[in-house]
Design a protein around this ligand. Structure first.
Ligand code: F6P
Length: 559
């Protein structure tokens, strides 16, 4: 064993009890962490010449190099024990088999059923949900074919030229991310826009160059009650009616994606043009359900199904691969190591692929709405950090803005580099330059540049500290052949299951989102007051009251 490393037996591992911090593997990781904190990736690589080829895994056609993490073989063994002691395997099975693991909402968590094969059987409350999934997929395909072929016409007989998805959160971020990612596979003679923000600017800018008689609105909302979405949908309705002047036009220019048929009818949308889904699909896990209608309109049913196959391949890998070779499990465990034992607070996702420009934003909801929790499933306040802050930008743009802090700042920021072997737009040397940058960044973060190396390069002594790179900054590198509908599905499922792994180990409910409720309620109360409606509530604090008065008076003066 390399110097500075400690063995499993030395670090006090004992078989034990089920609360996270009492688990023997957790205790052992705590004991083990100081020794690893003293190690440098330079030494780990020097001691083991094969490390870069050894600490890798491949699943569903995705290659993961995790060798540039600050781990030893003991760390990895302990992390795998943590997964075993946390009952991760059983938790995964509970999800795949439809157990109600979203305990605070009493719901199953079955986004994996959205991509199940037609002949699969997955039961919720005794009912096989798979036939329903495929029925909706067929309904979507039929509709998308008609719109794409110009058979579905607007109220005045014109074919549809523009699709506007109205939704927010999971009903927007997935669709817009997938549209941007799969743009080269999309029907280029259709225009796609996405409206999410209740700021009127979003709607006005999205529609300013569109014609109501050739525009189709997809109102996407699981609940069909979300304030932002319904406000935008009503503005869209008024925009269409201002030109077409006939309520019947709504049926040709609006379709709905929702679980709430009553509200869809109330809006005036023909329920025949409503695409359903189920309460066991969380908003942030819904982009491959009918919430993906705009995606299917863009890329067509065949490519949408290929995307689902990609999801399914990663699902199968997650469910069946041994933890040592299991990409989501490995990445989930490494993020726990980085957060809980090395003190990282954030995690950067850095796709070296321009088409993935909205992927980090999509991941923010997926990861942070899921794992931004401070109590366990049983309601106990946790004594350890949970969900890190996820953020990122496509490379190489990020390199010229925030990478300085990742390289030389005082914080530890684990990075995921995502690189494709083949460009969708081969252009001279561009892709090799892009790839060289991605690989170089991970190398620079890990190994840095010592003061001695800086001196040797002839630098003036007073600049040596400024030009020294400490290194020892962890990263994963993910290699994928090419961005396609199928590989996009795999990548999304990879992160869905990383989130699952983290949440299962932290013992939190990754599938509720109570933290968004309070702000929504208070906004409604303030809005009522702005609109002069009585509100029986207690007076506001002095800051809130002053801000409200200032806004009311200031905006009235400017009107
Ligand atoms: O506010 C949070 C949230 O509930 C998300 O979880 C969800 O994706 C989003 O709002 C939109 O909800 P809906 O699809 O019901 O409009």
């Amino acid at each position: 064993m390399a110097p500075g490393r400690i063995s499993l037996d030395e670090c006090g591992y004992k078989k034990g009890v089920p609360s996270l911090t009492d688990l023997p593997a957790w205790t052992a990781l705590n004991a083990h962490a100081p020794a690893v904190q003293r190690l440098h990736l330079r030494d780990l690589f020097a001691e083991d010449k094969k490390r870069g080829a050894r600490l890798v895994a491949e699943g569903a056609g995705i290659y993961l190099d995790y060798s540039k993490n600050r781990v030893t073989d003991v760390t990895l063994a302990l992390l795998h024990r943590l997964a075993e002691e946390s009952g991760l395997r059983a938790e995964i099975e509970k999800m795949f088999t439809g157990e109600k693991i979203n305990t605070t909402e009493g719901r199953a968590v079955l986004h994996t059923a959205l991509r199940a094969k037609k002949d699969a059987e997955i039961f919720v409350d005794g009912v096989n949900v798979v036939p329903g999934v495929h029925k909706v997929l067929d309904q979507m395909a039929d509709f998308c074919d008609k719109v794409r072929a110009g058979v579905w016409r607007g109220h005045s007989g014109k074919p549809i030229r523009a699709i506007v998805n109205i939704g927010i959160g999971g009903s927007d971020l997935g669709p817009v991310m997938a549209f941007e990612a799969l743009r080269p596979y999309s029907l280029r003679n259709l225009t796609f826009r996405f409206v999410s923000n209740v700021d009127g600017t979003d709607f006005v800018e999205a529609t300013h160059d569109l014609e109501p008689d050739s525009t189709l609105f997809v109102v996407s909302s699981k609940t069909f009650t979300t304030l932002e979405t319904m406000t935008n949908a009503l503005s869209a309705r008024a925009w269409v009616l201002a030109k077409l002047k006939d309520e019947d036009a709504i049926k040709r220019h609006f379709v709905a994606v929702s679980t709430n048929e009553v509200k869809v009818r109330e809006f005036g949308i023909d329920p025949a043009n409503m695409f359903g889904f189920w309460d066991w699909v969380g908003g942030r896990y819904s982009m491959d359900s009918s919430i993906g209608l705009s995606t299917m309109l863009a890329i067509g049913p065949a490519d949408f199904r290929k995307m689902l196959e990609g999801f399914r391949e990663m699902d199968e890998h997650f469910r069946t691969a041994p933890f040592e070779q299991n990409l989501p499990v490995l990445m989930g465990l490494l993020s726990i190591w980085n957060s809980n034992f090395l003190g990282a607070h954030t995690s950067a996702v850095l796709p070296y692929e321009q088409y993935l420009k909205r992927f980090p934003a999509y991941l923010q909801q997926l990861t942070m709405e899921s794992n931004g929790k401070r109590v366990t499933k049983s309601g106990a306040v946790v004594s350890y950090m949970t969900g890190p802050i996820y953020w990122g930008e496509p490379g190489t743009n990020g390199q010229h803005s925030f990478y300085q802090l990742i390289h030389q700042g005082t914080r530890l920021i684990p990075c995921d580099f995502i690189l494709f072997l083949q460009s969708l737009n081969p252009l001279g040397r561009h892709h090799d330059i892009l790839a060289a940058n991605a690989i170089a960044q991970a190398e620079a973060l890990a190994f840095g540049k010592t003061a001695e190396e800086v001196r040797r390069s002839g630098e003036k002594e007073d600049l040596v500290p400024h030009k020294t790179f400490e290194g020892n900054r962890p990263s994963n590198t993910i290699l994928v052949d090419k961005l396609t509908p199928r590989t996009l599905g795999k990548l999304i499922a990879l992160y869905e299951h990383i989130v699952f792994t983290q949440g299962a180990i932290w013992q939190i409910d990754s599938f509720d989102q109570w933290g968004v409720e309070l702000g929504k309620k208070l906004a409604m109360r303030i809005l009522d007051e702005f609109e002069g409606k009585p509100n029986g509530g207690a007076p506001h604090d002095s800051s809130t009251a002053t801000l409200m008065n200032r806004y009311r008076k200031g905006s009235a003066d400017l009107r």
